[in-house]
Design a protein around this ligand. Structure first.
Ligand SMILES: NC(=O)c1ccc[n+]([C@@H]2O[C@H](COP(=O)([O-])OP(=O)(O)OC[C@H]3O[C@@H](n4cnc5c(N)ncnc54)[C@H](OP(=O)(O)O)[C@@H]3O)[C@@H](O)[C@H]2O)c1
Length: 264
């Protein structure tokens, strides 16, 4: 799973296909979509137009909460594969835990496992899961079944406790909002480190995430940002710089719906 991926939230229509195509041209080999984003078709079109072989691009999609009820998840993932134009996605995630626990975890996780055994997804994961939910998931599916947890994570919300737990269970972490939607831009520590490397604060944040072993999936509609964010893959931070960024945590969560889980 390439550590640098391209997020596709908002990348709809012709402009979306152009942005995803540019991302592939730039070197991104991991695309993040979801049933709720309306970008699965755009992802498929951009991959086909790129001329890259299917196995050269890692594709993640996410199952929407409205598809959790018994009998709904497998057909929804089959439809996702059709929209993208592939037989199988590389990683299928549960997008959010069921709001207010309306659908029991076992109901949708066992359907996700069924989808995997049918070949609709190579790997299974979750998103916005807490430690308690990951423990429950392990009790339902067994150790090692869930391989990834996609959560909000950037220097202002480092999610250190959850990330350490994921690491201890060999669950990889993917950072969404990895550049906090541009909110890091005036940070003095990131600016200072960036100046030392001739890099932007966004590149420093992304390099920090990858240095920690996380995937990062920034998105942009702008060509220069699609390219400059990718350049973070060339930026190597020193241990003291990584430690200084670890200390920036403010627990500042931007994506926090009322129906979300009890965060760690
Ligand atoms: N699992 C989940 O629940 C969940 C939730 C949220 C997001 N996601 C995924 O994570 C991906 C990324 O998250 P996100 O889109 O919310 O946030 P993000 O990648 O942190 O930020 C994207 C925003 O920042 C701007 N931007 C991009 N590059 C920039 C740069 N170098 N300097 C300054 N601003 C920059 C973009 O605007 P311009 O277009 O104007 O450049 C865009 O508005 C999404 O696309 C989606 O795939 C998942």
């Amino acid at each position: 799973m390439p550590l640098m991926g391209f997020g596709t939230y908002g990348r709809t229509g012709a402009a979306g296909i152009a942005a995803i195509s540019l991302a592939l041209e730039t070197g991104y080999r991991h695309l993040d979509t979801a049933q709720d984003y309306n970008t699965e078709r755009e992802v498929g079109e951009a991959v086909r137009a790129s001329g890259l072989a299917r196995n050269e691009v890692f594709l993640t999609t996410k199952v929407a909460t409205q598809n959790f009820a018994e009998g709904r998840l497998v057909p929804s993932l089959r439809k996702s594969c059709e929209e993208i134009g592939v037989d199988q996605v590389d990683l299928a995630l549960i997008h959010w835990p069921s709001p207010r626990g309306e659908v029991p975890l076992a109901t949708y996780l066992t359907q996700l496992a069924e989808a995997q055994s049918l070949g609709l997804a190579s790997l299974m994961g979750v998103s916005n899961f807490t430690i308690a939910l990951l423990e429950e998931a392990e009790a339902i599916l067994g150790k090692g079944a869930i391989v990834n947890n996609q959560v909000e994570l950037n220097p202002y919300i480092t999610n250190a406790k959850l990330a350490a737990y994921c690491n201890s269970r060999e669950i990889s972490v993917t950072c969404y909002q990895p550049i906090s939607k541009g909110r890091l831009k005036d940070d003095p520590v990131l600016t200072r480190i960036g100046k030392q490397h001739g890099a932007s604060v966004e590149q420093v944040a992304l390099a920090w995430e990858m240095a920690r072993g996380y995937c990062a999936i920034p998105t942009s509609s702008r060509a220069e940002r699609i390219r400059s964010n990718y350049e973070a893959t060339r930026l190597s931070l020193a241990p003291d710089e990584i430690a200084a960024i670890d200390a920036l945590d403010r627990g500042r969560r931007a994506v926090d719906p009322a129906w979300g889980p009890e965060w760690d």
